[in-house]
Design a protein around this ligand. Structure first.
Ligand code: 4AD
Ligand code: MG
Length: 432
């Protein structure tokens, strides 16, 4: 019998097919059992009548428990009333393995309980929709860069140094001989790649020992980071804008059903996909914040509340550029016209989703970079290879990093980014 995935049922109307999946839910009208079967691609209502499947199978169907694995064979028919517009008229079914007392029932559960059962929670419809959007975001990231001739240049996860400051660095004992660190960003390695290949991107897990328990912070998150030789800040901002608009357009095209299932306001995402995005300087951001009653000092980095307030002025992402150099990482190039600011940019998403992209132009002068390392009290020796990039044919270059979970959370309109990754890692959570 032809094994078919639920998402492909539309091509098999009137045919006899087999679904392989799990029992999501069921109800009964006495003479007919409605088995809701999920197979990962969708949920199909399978209608099993006493007349069609016989008394033994009919009795068995009445006792199937949630998440029992099973194969169901029947004829596909269109039915406007069925979820998804199609249903299966069951001829017979076989149970693979039972599932007794499945802990996640259709009733409401608390988030802590569900997070403890994350390995099972990912089977639920809502989590399904979110993680399918995530998968689309990641695919869109790869396609965007490959369509533009970027080389995927994977960065290491075990590193000898920090990249984004030492305050949130995870330290590891490396064979009892030395310390290693979990990477905070692949950027420094992507820079080596850019000087070798012109335009590259890296894409992988990154780690921050963040002591902040906010809805925007994970200790392990995925970052996609392009880096381009001969790029300046303006070109970098253009790339970031094109990139985010591309991802939104793609998710709206291909994951519309999931967004609808999540009750996402599609018009907001559609509006946010329209370029150009506004660009304001940090100075202008400070003026806007003061006008809104925030007490912000020039020189401070912007916090979550400030980002939310700023972005509420716009219905697309906004690019905030030229932050004070003092609140940014050591590698940022200073603006030659105003050395107190860095040639950097943060992109803030609308609707309170905060910073989704951080990046900018890198210091490409050997002496300046070396001095920055000293100023930031970073050891020179482990950065010697990085200084080599300024010793041998240094060029202006720029790039950025986008957090996949923040982007996904924004697309889905969910409150906390912990649901935007299969197995979230936070300060208070390492399991499952
Ligand atoms: O602004 P960040 O720290 O920038 C960098 O790491 C640069 N080295 C990137 C580059 O230029 N190649 O982080 C970039 C993005 C943020 O805008 C945010 O989307 C995400 O990574 N991010 C986090 N996501 C979840 N949890 C955290 N703790 C995050 N920290 C940063
Ligand atoms: Mg940042």
């Amino acid at each position: 019998m032809a094994w078919v995935y639920i998402e492909d049922l539309g091509r098999h109307i009137g045919e006899e097919v087999t679904l392989k999946g799990w029992l999501y839910n069921r109800r009964s009208s006495g003479k007919v059992h409605f088995l809701l079967v999920r197979d990962g691609t969708g949920i199909c209502q399978c209608v099993a009548s006493h007349a069609d499947i016989g008394p033994a199978a009919f009795a068995e169907a009445d006792h199937l428990s949630q998440e029992t694995s099973l194969e169901v064979t029947g004829v596909v028919r269109e039915d406007k009333r069925a979820p998804g517009g199609r249903e299966l008229a069951v001829k017979h079914f076989t149970v693979h393995a039972p599932s007794a007392d499945y802990p996640i029932t259709p009733k409401e559960h608390g988030v802590a309980f569900l997070l403890d059962l994350r390995h099972l929670w990912v089977r639920s419809a809502r989590q399904h929709a979110i993680l399918r959007v995530r998968s689309e975001v990641e695919a869109a990231c790869r396609d965007f860069f490959h369509e533009r001739g970027f080389i995927l240049f994977d960065a290491p996860i075990l590193t000898p140094t920090s990249c984004e400051g030492t305050t949130n660095l995870f330290e590891i004992d490396y064979f009892g001989e030395r310390k290693a660190y979990l990477t905070q960003s692949g950027q420094l390695y992507a820079e080596a790649g850019a000087l070798a290949f012109g335009k590259v991107y890296c894409f992988g897990p990154t780690f921050r020992a963040e002591k902040s328990k906010t809805r925007r912070h994970l200790t392990e998150f995925w970052m996609v980071e392009p880096e381009v030789a001969y790029f300046t800040l303006d070109e970098d901002m253009q790339l970031a804008e094109d990139f985010v608009s591309y991802i939104l357009t793609r998710v709206l095209q291909r994951r519309r059903d999931e967004l609808v299932a999540l009750d996402r306001d599609l018009s907001k995402l559609e509006r946010a996909s329209v370029k150009p995005y506004p660009r304001i300087t940090y100075d202008e951001a400070i003026d806007r914040l003061r006008a809104k009653g925030f007490e912000v000092k020039w020189g401070d980095d912007l916090g979550g509340d400030e980002e939310t307030a700023l972005s509420s002025d716009f219905d697309t992402p906004v690019l905030v550029h030229r932050y004070p150099a003092q609140c940014k990482a050591f590698y940022m190039k200073r603006d030659p016209l105003r050395p107190e600011v860095a040639l950097c940019v943060d992109m803030l998403a609308p609707e309170g989703y905060g910073e989704i992209i951080g990046g900018g132009q890198r210091e490409d002068d050997y002496d300046q970079l070396k001095q920055r390392l000293i100023d930031h009290k970073l050891p020179l020796k482990p950065f010697n290879w990085y200084l080599d990039l300024r010793r041998y044919g240094s060029v202006p270059h720029a790039g950025f990093g986008m957090g996949i979970e923040r982007m996904t959370a924004w697309c889905c309109g969910i409150h906390h980014i912990r649901e935007a990754i299969p197995f979230p890692r936070m300060m208070e959570r390492l399991e499952p």
